[in-house]
Design a protein around this ligand. Sequence first.
Ligand code: URC
Length: 313
Amino acid sequence: MAADDAVVVVNGLNFEQKHGKERVRVARVWRTKDGRHFIVEWSVGISLISDCVAAYVSDDNSEIVATDTMKNTVYAKAKECSDQISVEDFAILLAKHFTSYYKQVTTAVVKIAEKSWERVSVNGQPHNHGFKLGSEKHTTEVIFTKSGALQVSSGIEELSLLKTTQSGFEQFFWDKYTALPETRERILATKVSASWRYSFESVSSIPKQQCYFTETYLDVKKVLADTFFGPPKEGVYSPSVQYTLYEMANNVLSRFHVISTVRLKMPNLHFLPVNISTKDNRSIVKFEDDVYLPTDEPHGSIEACLSRLSSKL
Ligand SMILES: O=c1[nH]c(=O)c2[nH]c(=O)[nH]c2[nH]1
């Protein structure tokens, strides 16, 4: 748990607790006067560290903020947001509310995942109120304490990326169990999970721009994808998932000074060459960098965290 003050001694033992509500689903639509609509769909998780030890050790529930109340608060606060708000700002708004409204709450942890509803175009024109779902999710985690200490992280889940060439894997450690052939030509496919921590330590240090976090999210996503793919014509050679992951993380830290830590998880989703031959060695399908068997079981799992020397992990 985040705060040291969450640990108390009960009957000679250390005790820490928190409670909250998970997967509170809410969608919020904003409508402009000229008929253009905007929508977000969020799944909200709230966890409160509060002084309600009495409820654990006796039948005294008097200090419990009911998780049903937390759920209702999500809808009430969404209603109050008359202007479009980023998922990070909504998480901050909720966390600030819980820590200021309830004297017994010392820390609020709010996690939200936003679905990627994207405006559709019809006949080349952006539609006023039509949206389609992209595959990746925009996530955030906000930790806010009563004293005003803030941590904001954002992330991407399920960002599927694939390139059909400019990837290889050679000169890896060789032992009696190694069978994998070396290659300079393979498909590189992954489903990126990324999370990054902002260096802001209080609400007042966040830039005032309305959709600051949404824009930064889109910019980080672009840096991650552009680094993975390289320039449009020639691409960029990847000698391993590890190398490409490091380049992606490093580019995020060098482009965004407000980000102190970036964590990346990139499964290696194998596309296996297809070679089929008969018993008497007649080839039915001969692999010529064209027919693959896509598989995600098993898959390689590669993850790393890169942070500035000055940052707290
Ligand atoms: O880029 C890769 N990294 C690995 O660690 C690995 N291991 C493996 O079998 N293939 C690959 N590819």
